[in-house]
Design a protein around this ligand. Structure first.
Ligand SMILES: [Fe+2]
Length: 109
């Protein structure tokens, strides 16, 4: 197998590890407090180790570990949070928004 193909496949595995980590943590946090969520929270630590091993292998092959899924997830989460905050501001009838103190042209607004 060519080095580039090996790096591509290892990066696919890294993205799957990112996905697994988020899913386990989301599920644990959704359940709340207790023994079961604590057990679930322990699982992604193993996935993080797998991700680290994959990244090391990619580095040994002079490749670059993928952060695409991680960045896509962060972007999607930020978009979701922006929507939630927009809804909250609309529901509250935000005085800052009403007085024009909020810069609508900036994402940091
Ligand atoms: Fe894993």
């Amino acid at each position: 197998m060519e080095r580039e193909e090996t790096v591509r496949l290892l990066n696919k595995d890294i993205e799957d590890e990112h996905g697994a980590i988020f899913q386990y943590l989301n599920n644990a946090y959704a359940i709340g407090e207790g023994e079961i969520p604590c057990e679930i929270e322990a699982i992604p630590r193993g996935e993080m180790r797998h991700l680290d091993w994959l990244a090391e292998l990619i580095g040994e092959l002079d490749g670059v570990p993928s952060v695409e899924r991680l960045f896509r997830r962060m972007r999607d989460d930020e978009q979701y949070h922006a929507e939630v905050f927009e809804d909250l501001l609309a529901a509250e009838g935000s005085p800052a928004r009403a007085s024009g103190d909020v810069d609508e042209s900036s994402p940091a607004g």
